[in-house]
Design a protein around this ligand. Structure first.
Ligand SMILES: CC(=O)SCCNC(=O)CCNC(=O)[C@H](O)C(C)(C)COP(=O)(O)OP(=O)(O)OC[C@H]1O[C@@H](n2cnc3c(N)ncnc32)[C@H](O)[C@@H]1OP(=O)(O)O
Ligand SMILES: O=C([O-])CC(=O)C(=O)O
Length: 369
């Protein structure tokens, strides 16, 4: 029997599932999230609005948004044992692996672990989203020999997240830009991590397992790990001419340049990157130093001319996080924290309408002897 008629390397172009959550509509050039344009949402809505939209299916009114913020804050604390386990990890552990470990540990505290109903899954998602700032920031802090920090419930969810990261109360502009980055990162149709989480959920495995798999997927530099790699490149180059030279050398060596290219938007810039580029411009204006923006723009020109490739979100999120004072090892864990909203929506959808993922192969091994 031939099983290779539908083979597509990397599953390029393959429709993996039906979903009511999101679509990269390449004809209309829009990222549609439950009927809304993500870029429009980024101009007036908040990450909390996105969480509500993803998990409840519609945008919240003022009182629903307030209730959601209160619910997330009510879940800020994590069990003491999670912190103790993080303290036992080897010091070279990446914060992503700390985050993955902490999410795994939380499974053991869930008294309804075998319940996959929509209502319990949703409550679980809110609880995890509430816990993620503590998990994310404290994974990094503990692994870097720093004392764990506590959240400030007086601040909004995302302002508190940034406050826990930097130790300073953010200005309104800083908090808005960080919130926008979370909103932009929150959901993006069927990237590798979302596919991973749905594949795991499709065995009837639980949300913690599906999310742990997704953290591992997102860590790779072809996916979420690219935002950290971009910042390392910018720091290594340190100037516009240095960056141009670094990129040219990498291209001559046939290396991939992190932050460029995308499976879906190959011939144009990721629209989310444009929004982050404007945020970078605002932060540079405020500082009166446009070096990072100039470097990024020079890199954009080189990649367009030499490879016909354009920036993805990670390319501009990285310098924005740098300007906000975020330590580099937290860039990908922040992406994951934000994406947990979209991932949970996908895991719930998978559990609610499940069919086990079990594809076939194109066999290239020996024939039967
Ligand atoms: C928010 C996110 O997670 S966005 C993704 C973040 N990841 C990155 O920025 C990593 C860098 N980018 C890449 O590696 C790729 O563009 C991916 C992984 C995003 C998409 O991969 P694919 O769809 O499989 O495309 P693929 O890697 O086959 O690239 C197609 C061609 O463009 C080239 N190319 C793609 N991206 C890059 C890049 N960043 N630098 C240099 N060349 C590139 C490839 O070498 C390949 O060329 P070839 O046909 O001559 O061999
Ligand atoms: O869509 C993808 O393949 C990767 C991506 O941009 C994301 O997860 O935000």
């Amino acid at each position: 029997m031939k099983t290779d008629e539908t083979f597509a390397p990397g599953l390029k172009g393959v429709i993996a599932c039906e979903t009511g959550i999101s679509l990269l509509d390449t004809e209309q050039e829009k990222i549609i999230i439950r009927g809304h344009d993500l870029i429009d949402l980024s101009q007036g809505k908040t990450y909390a609005d996105m969480v509500y939209l993803l998990l409840e299916g519609a945008l919240p009114d003022d009182s629903e948004r307030k209730k959601l913020e209160d619910k997330l804050k009510a879940h800020y604390d994590v069990p003491e044992n999670v912190t103790e386990i993080l303290k036992m990890l080897p010091e070279k552990t990446h914060a992503m692996d700390g985050q993955r470990t902490a999410i795994s540990v939380l499974a053991g505290y869930d008294e309804k672990i075998d319940d996959r109903s929509t209502s319990v899954n949703k409550e679980r998602a809110y609880e995890l989203l509430g816990q993620l700032p503590m998990i994310t920031v404290n994974s990094y802090r503990i692994l870097h020999g720093k004392a764990p920090v506590k959240p400030d419930p007086e601040l909004s969810y995302s302002a508190n997240f940034l406050y826990m990261i930097t130790g300073e109360k953010p200005t309104e502009l800083q908090a808005d830009i960080f919130d926008r980055s979370l909103l932009l990162y929150s959901e993006h149709e069927m990237p590798n991590s979302t596919f991973t989480s749905r594949v795991i959920a499709s065995t009837n495995s639980d949300m913690y397992g599906a999310l742990s798999g997704a953290v591992a997927s997102l860590k790779g530099n072809l996916h979420g790990g690219a935002n950290e790699a971009v910042m390392h490149m910018l720091n290594e180059a340190d100037s516009v001419s240095g960056f141009e030279q670094l990129m040219k050398t990498k291209l001559e060596n046939k290396e991939k340049i992190m932050g460029f290219g995308h499976r879906v938007y190959m011939n144009r810039m990721d629209p989310r990157a444009l929004v982050m580029k404007e945020s970078l411009r605002q932060l540079c204006d405020l500082k009166g130093d446009h070096t990072l923006l100039d470097m990024c723009e020079a890199g954009e020109e080189i990649m367009k001319d030499e490879k016909g490739l354009y920036p993805n979100l990670d390319y501009y999120a990285a310098p924005v996080y740098w300007m906000l004072g975020v330590p580099i090892p937290l860039y990908t864990p922040i992406f994951f924290s934000s994406r947990t909203a979209g991932l949970c929506a996908h895991i719930i959808e998978q559990h609610d309408n499940n069919r086990l993922f079990r594809p076939r192969v194109k066999y290239t091994g020996k024939e039967l002897e």
